[in-house]
Design a protein around this ligand. Structure first.
Ligand code: FES
Length: 388
């Protein structure tokens, strides 16, 4: 059977060809639109953005805000306040990527500000804060992520619970709302270990002074003797007092280190806040997967295992290193974005062996059934073979 015979047998094909012929008679040719639509899609949802560092601001001794502008001089793609971009980098010969929340307001399309805090034991954040200079070029993904304020569904009473650099997406959401004089009531409850850890300190205090509907509450958990403000951690009593009556009607955005996120989530649940009113920003692979409930107690994080990449090679790593990190360190590229088990871009197929999927891995049932794992949050418990 010829191709045209096959197409003619497809239901609706002849009707479509007839309609197309009629449109062409009136001068409308769909092929005119092909390139245009692709260009619009590329502008709105680019796979990669070419960026260059335009400015760097040291925020605290361990934190810097890097302003990225378009390498081609045009506006950057729109984003929702609270979203992130995945920054692709080459650090000491290792091609890797890290998702960073955009700190600036989506009203400012000429730049994305990324506020980066040096992570303990991390190497990418240290490279970005200590070594990157103005003029350095990067590529990133388009803006992504579901941790953002939705004006249609989230109501007018918003509470941000931020720990450390968790204030970054909160800042973007606050600026977006305050700069437009929108009516939402805003409360940022911001917890830091030390006084000099507080990012955007003066800016946030000034915003709270200027806007009656924005409240800022700060806590320092390990203060110096001179510190005059509130100290200690968030407790049930404290949070209940801060939130007042009917906390279940507010919308909560939690972002900070994993233990902070878990503790805030539990405090809110105990105060009767329904799960649908709590948004928690994903926070990378767990640092202590062996503390999770289903971790096999006989397996140590430092144990050595072999990873075989089918048809491509083999390397050694340790149980405690997320598979995506070890693949990258050994020169194997896997597409990725959230690095937190949410977006599924880093899927690889597990051919043999066993991996630990922590709570953070939001594996779809079909992935689980067919042996796909999310490499960014997968920990190899034995020698494994994967297909990438
Ligand atoms: S990078 Fe998103 S799930 Fe792994």
């Amino acid at each position: 059977m010829s191709n045209i015979q096959v197409l003619n047998a497809v239901t609706g094909y002849q009707e479509i060809m007839y309609a197309k012929g009629e449109l062409e008679k009136t001068g409308t040719d769909f092929s005119e639109y092909k390139g245009k639509i692709a260009n619009i899609m590329q502008t709105l949802h680019p796979k990669r953005i070419d960026l260059v560092v335009g400015h760097i601001l040291q925020e605290t001794p361990t934190t810097a805000t890097i302003r990225l502008v378009s390498k081609h001089g045009h506006d950057l793609p729109a984003f929702q306040a609270g979203q992130y971009i995945n920054l692709f980098l080459n650090v000491q010969g290792t091609y890797t990527a890290r998702p960073y929340a955009i700190a600036s307001s989506p009203l400012e399309r000429q730049h994305y500000d990324l506020t980066i805090k040096k992570a303990e034991g991390g190497f990418v954040s240290h490279y970005l804060v200590d070594q990157v200079e103005v003029g350095k070029e990067f590529q990133s993904s388009g803006p992504m992520g579901s941790f953002h304020h939705n004006p249609l569904f989230h109501g007018d009473d918003l509470v941000f619970l931020a720990g450390g650099s968790g204030s970054v997406p909160a800042r973007s959401m606050l600026l977006n709302i305050l700069d437009q004089n929108l009516p939402q009531r805003l409360h940022l409850i911001y917890v830091n270990s030390f006084e000099n850890d507080v990012i955007y300190a003066e800016e946030l205090r000034e915003l709270a002074r200027l806007h009656d509907h924005f409240t800022l509450t700060e806590y320092i958990t390990r203060p110096t003797a001179e510190y005059q403000g509130e100290t200690g951690r968030l407790s049930h009593e404290r949070l209940a007092a801060l939130l007042g009556t009917n906390p279940e009607n507010k919308m909560f955005y939690i972002c900070g280190p994993t233990p902070f996120n878990q503790s805030c989530q539990q405090l809110l649940v105990n105060l009767g806040v329904p799960a649908r009113r709590i948004r928690v920003e994903a926070n990378g692979a767990p640092k202590t997967p062996h503390h999770q409930q289903d971790w096999p107690s006989e397996i140590l994080l430092a144990q050595e295992v072999t990873v075989t990449v089918k048809g491509k090679g083999q390397f050694k790593t340790t149980v405690g290193e997320p598979l995506l990190n070890s693949l990258e360190r050994n020169g194997f590229f896997v597409e990725n974005a959230c690095r937190s088990g949410e977006c599924s871009l880093c899927r690889v197929k597990l051919i043999s062996g066993e991996v630990f999927n922590p709570d953070e891995a939001h594996l779809r049932k079909s992935d689980r059934n067919f042996g796909w794992i999310y490499s960014c949050v997968a920990f190899p418990l034995s020698d494994i073979e994967v297909l990438i």
